[in-house]
Design a protein around this ligand. Structure first.
Ligand SMILES: NC(=O)c1ccc[n+]([C@@H]2O[C@H](COP(=O)([O-])OP(=O)(O)OC[C@H]3O[C@@H](n4cnc5c(N)ncnc54)[C@H](OP(=O)(O)O)[C@@H]3O)[C@@H](O)[C@H]2O)c1
Length: 296
């Protein structure tokens, strides 16, 4: 069995490729240079060449603020790219595992979002990802959509690496304390996706549909930042910066973020036996690797 994986230079794509050797199927990594998912003909040719049995799509336009000034670019990748993959998966009669986001919700709930909660994105990025989900749902019955949140990894750009870098330069940092969510390690998410993939290859009647997967536990960006410096302090004896809690109103961004973006992951546990890991434990593992592999 062969899985085609898109976006392999991204933080999740990279982890998928790193871990797939531990599984019973083969993976064909395809970077954006080789496969622009917005180019239908190219996607079609790549499928004809690779002949995959399944596609995993972590490729996305992910710059939340920039999306506000270039909505066409965000929709081209996140909606049209998803549609291209879904259409060609139909032609080849193969399933698609697609990655989506907590930003499809408005964050007004005060308990973890379940998969069937109403999708009400606040900004262009969330709207483009929601449109990608909808097009896959409407075209391709054999799909798994996995929504995740606050993703960080050893490779690529993310909040954890930004905090570690800023902590070296500054004595004090101000971090938003009134937005809540679930930090998710790309390592854990890749493991979850690959476990689901392996089960799809074996199952006679897979449970197609939408799922949530994120780290276990809910926190604020402020507490997330403090925990990052606690972990760094255990690895390197350096004085951590003071982390000052501020309200969202003191940290203006191009687009409003969901104030509460926690995801309930019961469905993926029941259907595929995928368990969450406490976010603090995964954070420690990732920070140790960031230092060991010098990816800062
Ligand atoms: N980051 C988060 O906090 C977060 C939270 C929730 C959900 N998610 C979702 O999780 C998934 C993975 O996110 P990530 O953080 O790993 O993203 P990332 O690091 O930004 O990587 C995105 C990848 O997509 C590729 N890509 C962009 N446009 C493409 C195109 N037209 N054709 C093919 N590949 C293209 C990029 O290639 P280049 O590098 O060459 O441009 C890169 O390899 C995405 O679906 C994202 O929406 C992310």
């Amino acid at each position: 069995m062969k899985a085609l994986i898109t976006g392999t230079t991204g933080q999740l794509g990279f982890e998928l490729i790193r871990q797939v050797v531990d599984y019973s199927f083969e993976a064909v990594p395809i970077s954006e240079d080789e496969l622009d998912i917005t180019d239908f003909d190219r996607v079609k040719k790549t499928f004809q060449r690779v002949k995959p049995d399944l596609v995993i799509n972590p490729a996305a336009y992910t710059n939340v603020d920039q999306a506000e000034s270039e909505p066409e670019a965000a929709f081209r990748v996140n909606r049209d790219g998803a549609e291209n993959l879904a259409r060609i998966c139909i032609d080849h009669d193969i399933p698609l595992i697609h990655v989506s986001t907590d930003y499809v919700f408005d964050g007004k709930k005060n308990e973890p979002y379940v998969e069937d909660d109403q999708v009400l994105p606040l900004g262009i990025y969330g709207k483009s990802k929601a449109a990608g989900e909808q097009v896959i749902e409407s075209l391709l019955p054999m799909h798994i959509i996995i929504r995740t949140s606050w993703l960080y990894g050893v490779y690529g750009h993310n909040f954890v690496k930004t905090m570690i870098r800023l902590g070296k330069e500054r004595q004090e940092l101000s971090v938003v304390s009134d937005q809540f969510g679930c930090p998710t390690s790309a390592t854990d998410l890749a493991e979850a996706i690959l476990s689901v993939t392996e089960q799809l290859f074996k199952a006679s009647e897979p449970a197609w549909g939408t799922y949530h997967y994120c780290g276990k536990g809910i926190t604020s960006w402020h507490r997330f930042a403090e925990t990052i410096f606690e972990v760094v302090g255990r690895i390197q004896p350096v004085k951590p910066p003071a982390v000052r809690p501020i309200p969202t109103s003191e940290y203006p961004t191009q687009v409003e973020r969901p104030a509460y973006a926690a995801l309930c992951c019961d469905r993926i546990r029941h259907s595929f036996g995928v368990k969450q890991k406490p976010w603090q434990q995964s954070l420690e593992e990732v920070i140790k690797r960031i230092f060991a592999e010098e990816t800062l």
